[in-house]
Design a protein around this ligand. Sequence first.
Ligand code: DGJ
Length: 739
Amino acid sequence: MGIVFHERTKEFHLYNQDISYILGVLQNGHLGQIYYGKRIHEAESFQHLIEYGIKDMAPCAFEGNRLFSMEYLRQEYPSYGRGDMRYPAYELQQTDGSRVSEFTYEGHSVLKGKKKLKGLPAVYVEDESEAETLEVFLRDDVTETKLILSYTIFKDFPVICRNALFSHEGSEPVVLKNAMSFSIDFPDADYDMVTLTGAWARERYIKAHPLHEGIQAVYSMRGHSSHQFNPFFALKKHETTEHTGEAAGFSLIYSGNFIGQVNVDTFGVARAMAGIHPEGFAWTLEKGESFQTPEAVLVYSQEGLNGMSQVFHRLYRTRLARGKWRDMERPVVINSWEAVFMDFTEDKILNIARTAKELGVEMMVLDDGWFGKRDDDTSSLGDWYPNPGKLPGGIKGLSEKIERLGMKLGLWIEPEMISRNSELYRKHPDWLIGVPYRPMCHGRNQYVLDFSKKEVVEGIGDAITAVLNGAGVSYIKWDMNRSISEAFSRNQGPKEQGKLFHKYVLGVYQLYERLRREFPDILFESCASGGARFDPGMLYYAPQCWTSDNTDAIERIRIQYGTSVVYPLSSMGCHVSAVPNHQTFRNTPLKTRADVAYFGCFGYEMDLNVLTDEEKQEIKEQIYFYKKYRRLIAEGRFYRLLSPFEGDEAAWMVVSEDKKTVLAAYYRMRQPSNAPYKRLRLKGLEEGARYCIEGREGSWFGDELMYTGMVISDYACGIRPDTTRQGDYQSRIFILKKL
Ligand code: DGJ
């Protein structure tokens, strides 16, 4: 790993064993992009890669020179108004209304390790030797504003982390109307753009389409990262597959409004960028103030999309998630939501917990409905004290009883929200986001608290802290169930309105940070109507996230498969629920439901007391299985084998780092008639090692299992068809051990 600067050519080369990232100072002092991709040899100059061309009408920077036009140069952080007609990475407005600016190179520094981002989540290092950071200092002389572009390269990850920091020194204020976290110009546009899109209950479906001239984007303007688009996209070559070929992934560590876009010009240059969505964003900088963008993570892989995913998994699991729970085995939970919804008493919860304990469950999570007068979704959000009718001994009383059973207690909260029918609303009607003299939309009968305000974040923080202090809560599920509409911060001046969305997110991060600090032993799970805030920003505070409200096993295969494009299995909350499923009304076997949910943070979400003895026994065995393999599932290498988006079957597998233990799962959504033969080509095994497959006689070489495939047709390997496992919605788990 290294960062080299060549004084003569003013080029920087950031490299490690896998990647090279080369940029340089252009003739006009702006930063030019030269190369990003597979590691290449060091050289003093790559100036020949800076392509110029005389094009009519192009605005040129130097009189008499028709070659040098920003419109045709590949750049690192393009500005508005100095000749580049494509989308800029930032926009700065002066008090006279001018939006023209240009930041030119002043100097740079290289430091060991990686700096923290103030108030924002970011990838970190545990030791300075893990990474090096280049900071390039630029300045717009007219407005007297400084810009620092940061690039961190890691020793052991093919990753570049980028961010931008604007600091204003001029006496006249400026307004940042746009400030992307990164921008990069690729020399060609022969890529497919891969995105994760969806809706409530069908989050993060994988979509891919060839780039075309113009703009293509993913975004959120909802105040949270959203069910609709994940703050991620990848560019892969058309021929790239899951396991071969080039893929470059871009992930934004942020939980609010964002845009990730590719602007392809008519000369085939693809400009990729991501950052806070400029819609409604206007950040005034007075003298001495600064603005820090969120961090963007750029991953480059030569091993296909799956190779890219594995890098994200390892990085996010070990260098984004933090705290004691990062490396700890996650408890098997029973969640009360789909079991009883808000209709419960303490006895009902204890009854479920008692049975759960017998089956091996470790954590009883009490979901929505325990506070204020909340029996349905029309009231009490904001009233964070236990309902004495439901919990006579309060949270502490319940946790003591749960602990006596030998389990831990988890609790649901939704701190960012308020019901109009609540004591909090009666006391602080002005704490809501919304224009006071206009009607307001509700979402699920609730309103959003203005977390851009310090007193609101502190007030809610005090209330939640009071509930948790000494209450014996070991796990928090932090929910967020509506988007922000009528974005307006009450009693604040016009300048503050352009800051609302971002300050809201900063407020959420502040409260998370406070609760993590005050309760370091609590395991946090984030949630937003299922997976509407499944993003890297949240992972910094909560190492796991409720993946989706859709707990139907068949739907979950797609959701978890898509989520795995960026996020590690250790971050996905996955529960077995009752049938017919609450969202799809589908009946799936208990085995299939568990076979899908194992590949995440496992649990149940059903009334265990209504099950038959056989079902309880099956669950007991499932929990035993999960506990045996949960570390492998959380920390092993994950391979996607068969895509549920391409047919009626799916498969994936996890291999331990030492390649000794393997779990491979095969799911069949629809039973074909007179089924053809089937082999699964495994991945990541040791070629020359012999593996046995549990339940089968014999052993097989790793290369055989990877290249000829593991035969999984019935009658193969002496396996007779199991007649109870025929039909739709079936699954099989294969356990392989190296001999
Ligand atoms: C939405 C979550 O995704 C569910 O799991 C559940 O916690 C409900 N909210 C409770 O209101």
